[in-house]
Design a protein. Structure first.
Length: 95
């Protein structure tokens, strides 16, 4: 009997994890590099997205690790790349 969830078995979910990691990382790098509050509209957009990006910074690597475990670490390099991107972002934010 196959215990793997079909939702975590595809190449597509690894790609989605990488995209979410890239978006989250890009958001934090953009916020730390540029003054997003120069214009009111960019500051407002940055503040509205902030509430989504904080949980994503912690949830995406956990979901990627769970997906890699469910796949028994086969063909899970995309999940590990996602985890590394998020850990690098987290470490960069803590500096």
């Amino acid at each position: 009997m196959n215990n793997n969830s079909p939702a975590f078995n595809s190449y597509y979910t690894g790609t989605v994890a990488i995209v979410f990691s890239g978006v989250t990382s890009g958001y934090w790098i953009l916020g730390n590099t540029f003054d997003v509050y120069t214009y009111a509209i960019t500051g407002a957009i940055f503040e509205m997205l902030w509430i989504l990006m904080v949980p994503m910074l912690f949830i995406v690597p956990i979901v990627s690790l769970i997906a890699a475990i469910m796949n028994k670490f086969r063909k899970s390099y995309l999940y590990f790349i996602s985890i590394v991107i998020n850990l690098g972002t987290f470490m960069g934010l803590s500096l």
